[in-house]
Design a protein around this ligand. Structure first.
Ligand SMILES: [Zn+2]
Length: 262
């Protein structure tokens, strides 16, 4: 990286250093994830401090110091005001940022991962269902980072996991359940799957997953249960293959329980 570069990116996470400073984990398309120091960010009324909070999309200069990098002159591109006003969408957006912060190594450019984050944030800002946006982004990231299993054919017998005929909503879902086996990184058909599985997918969920991995964007007509099952599947799978527990699932379940209980 040059001594001084102009970058754009999203603040994934932040922490504190020293009395007045903080550090941010900043995801950029060209340089990947960078850990940057923000000087004076915690002084009262610091504009720098406000601008460098998680979720903000910024343009800024990065200066290479002797032992660390500094972010200076941030300019706000997007602050996602509308998603911040909704607890569910805000928690999903922050969770996606935190997940990327854990998954990505430093200084490894992943422009598509960045582009997917922006699409997900814009979708949440426009009011897209939170679980669907989360599931969509997580599965696409798993695929981009090389962790996604084959989802078209059974990992054991090689047969197509879904019939070529169109699926019906009520199609005997129980007998057609498809099993995702995180430990082996495979998806198995109902005949090959062992009796008890950690993650089961309905044919409708697998169909949606196939479409997403083929590049389709978020679908407004997907059923909430389908999105939710894909989100849980992505997290269960990620926890196993990346060996990084995704803590926010617990928070998510608590939020759902609160909502269901009114
Ligand atoms: Zn099979």
């Amino acid at each position: 990286m040059a001594r001084e570069v102009q970058v754009e990116g999203v603040v994934l996470r932040r922490g504190y250093i020293g009395e007045y400073d903080k550090w941010v984990s900043f995801l950029t398309p060209e340089h990947g994830k960078l850990r940057l120091r923000v000087r004076g960010a915690r002084k009262p009324k610091s504009k720098m401090g406000m601008l460098t909070e998680p979720l903000n999309r910024l343009k800024a200069r990065v200066i290479e110091g002797r032992s660390q990098r500094l972010i200076v002159q941030p300019q706000l591109i997007r602050s996602y005001v509308s998603l911040r006003a909704d607890l569910e969408r805000l928690s999903v957006a922050l969770a996606l940022c935190e997940t990327l912060d854990r998954w990505l190594p430093e200084e490894h450019a992943e422009p598509e991962v960045y582009a997917t984050l922006i699409v997900a944030l814009e979708a949440l800002e426009a009011g897209a269902p939170a679980e669907q946006a989360a599931a969509w982004a997580l599965w696409r990231w798993l695929a981009m980072l090389g962790y996604c299993p084959e989802v078209e054919r059974c990992g054991k017998c090689g047969k197509a996991l879904l019939p070529s005929a169109p699926l019906f909503e009520d199609e005997n879902e129980r007998t057609h359940n498809i099993a995702l086996i995180p430990a082996d990184g495979v998806v198995l058909c109902s005949r090959c799957a062992p009796q008890r599985e950690e993650v089961m997918l309905t044919p409708a969920a697998l169909k949606l997953l196939q479409q997403w991995l083929q590049g389709e964007r978020l679908n407004s007509d997907a059923r909430p249960e389908t999105s939710r099952s894909l989100m849980r599947a992505a997290l269960g799978y990620a926890e196993c293959v990346l060996e990084s527990p995704v803590r926010w699932l617990e928070f998510w379940e608590r939020l759902n329980t609160l909502r269901e209980n009114g």
